[in-house]
Design a protein around this ligand. Structure first.
Ligand code: FAD
Ligand code: ZN
Length: 475
């Protein structure tokens, strides 16, 4: 049931007094993009969309929401995969979008840190680091529109986790507006700080259910001055894992990315993404896109890569390979990998999975999960890609006869159940990097132990006693 009209009108008027006309969206047409997710699977309603310009405004909004018991749905770039930034259908909640809080506050090159507002677009932080001769390694297909606040709230992964860790590993300090509207200023730039519980890690990966991240201090790294990218084709997924081990022996931790793609991912990209084309003559069932980088300019990375690939070819786990000759070719290869989610969205109704298992068990997992899906859903088309170096696969599937415009097919979880059942057998995770949101909330209950769920609920209740911070998500 929606709020009483006069109550809602009063709330909107008071929100307007906090954020001003520029920070308030109430027109249904203008609100629409904030009320659906990137996959267009979820459609919500809201009393208003607020776009605060400062921490003080965020705090005032949250205080007002605590007083009026109004649920708050934090939103960054709205590129999340789990419907976590979409309000429910009641229309009682407000969306709190961080886009206007997009300042780089301070870059400290000697401390290798940058302080930013939560609404900074990820690519802008990468650019700011570059301008200071530094590197911010978080990188993912949505980097041109996702925000650092969303990245931290989802503990995003992406392509450089293998070497630099996930979003959680890149944070030194946070500023957070907690559920009653108080501001926690934990915006420290310290690499060592053992003064009790490490509170920032509670808010990272919490998907906005414990508070609103308003600022962060992030770690920077030396800028890689040489890099080389290669695409290798191979007969089986085992070969990809073997190639990773071989590359590690040759190149140590200079491997910055190591991504796997099944052949049909590439075919789908060629079908739907303009300007993409095949760069290897022979068709193989699997491909690896790998990148080596080094902080030394003119490092002999290419020679080392060539030697490793030649050994892979001699040992028959690489069928063919191409090394990018220049930056433009490297970017073209990366485009193949990065546009897979978009191509899948265009292709049709895709059942997405974001699983993790031990790297060594990737091939066995792919075999077992493929078998299980093919048995249950004859004719299923599996689109498998992901961050194999982290043991993280997007093991996605198209099921014959299931179309995007069929609400029942969209809501079905039978495909997920089959895959997650195999994940459980392998001691894996049903969400490696995308989070839980609303799409995996019920699955979480099936896969976490009672005690883990109970501890999570205890934390939620302690930090958000009235269940106003992104309710209905995660738990
Ligand atoms: P949103 O979608 O707006 O929000 C996500 C969650 O964070 C929601 O729960 C929201 O309430 C919460 N939130 C947002 N901002 C705040 C805040 N300031 N304080 C508290 N809570 C907040 N993800 C990966 O991990 N790795 C990938 O490789 C990857 N590739 C992608 C490729 C494409 C093409 C697309 C479309 C998405 C991809 N994603 C990937 C998913 C998505 O980009 C990430 O989950 C990203 O971190 C979400 O950021 P966002 O700003 O869009 O957050
Ligand atoms: Zn991913």
């Amino acid at each position: 049931m929606s709020a009483q009209p006069e109550v809602a009108a009063d709330l909107v008027a008071r929100l307007g007094a906090i954020v001003g006309a520029r920070g308030l969206v109430t027109d249904p047409g203008e609100m629409a993009p904030y009320l659906t997710d990137w996959r267009e699977l979820y459609q919500g309603r809201a009393a208003a969309v607020t776009r605060p310009a400062s921490t003080g405004e965020v705090a005032a909004i949250v205080r007002l929401c605590a007083e009026t018991r109004t649920p708050v749905v934090p939103q960054g770039g709205n590129t999340g995969m789990c419907g976590a930034a979409t309000p429910d259908a009641s229309g009682n909640a407000i969306v709190l979008n961080l886009a206007r809080m997009n300042r780089i506050i301070e870059l400290d090159a000697l401390n290798n840190t940058v302080a930013v507002e939560a609404g900074c677009i990820l690519a802008n932080i990468q650019q700011a680091a570059l301008a200071a001769d530094r590197f911010f390694p978080l990188s993912l297909g949505a980097e041109g529109s996702c925000q650092i606040g969303g990245n931290l709230a989802t503990n995003a992964g992406g392509i450089n986790v293998l070497r630099y860790g996930n979003a959680r590993d890149l944070v030194l300090g946070l500023e957070v507006v907690v559920a009653d509207g108080r501001i926690w200023s934990g915006l420290r730039s310290l690499r060592k700080d053992n003064t009790g519980y490490d509170l920032k890690h509670l808010f990272i990966g919490a998907e906005g259910t414990l508070g609103i991240i308003t600022k962060a201090v992030l770690k920077l790294f030396p800028l890689p001055r040489s890099s080389v990218t290669a695409l290798a084709a191979m007969p089986c997924a085992e070969a990809a894992v073997e190639l990773l081990a071989l590359l590690r022996n040759h190149c140590g931790d200079r491997i910055s990315a190591f991504e796997i793609m099944s052949r049909n991912c590439l075919d789908m990209v060629f079908r739907h993404i303009p300007g993409t084309r095949d760069s290897l003559p022979a068709i193989q069932p699997w491909y690896v896109l790998a990148e080596l980088s080094d902080t030394r300019a003119g490092s002999a990375l290419r020679d080392e890569f060539e030697r490793a690939l030649a050994e892979g070819i001699a040992r028959k786990f690489v069928g063919d390979a191409v090394i990018a000759e220049n930056q433009a070719q490297a970017q073209a290869l990366w485009r193949l990998r990065e546009t897979i989610p978009e191509a899948a969205r265009v292709e049709g109704l895709v059942y997405r999975h974001d699983i993790a298992v031990a790297v060594s068990r990737i091939p066995a997992f792919i075999a077992a999960a493929s078998r299980a899906l093919e048995t249950r859903f004859p004719g299923v088309r599996i689109i498998c890609f992901g961050h194999v170096g982290d043991g993280n696969l997007h093991f996605n599937a198209f099921v014959p006869g299931r179309e995007r415009d069929d609400a029942e097919a969209r809501a079905a979880i039978d495909v997920n159940r089959v895959v997650h059942g195999i994940v459980q057998q392998f001691g894996g995770s049903i969400s490696a990097e995308h989070g839980i949101g609303q799409s995996k909330r019920d699955e979480l209950r099936r896969h976490k132990s009672e005690i883990e769920l109970a501890l999570m609920r205890t934390l939620k209740k302690a930090l958000d006693p009235h269940n106003l911070m992104n309710p209905g998500k995660v738990l």
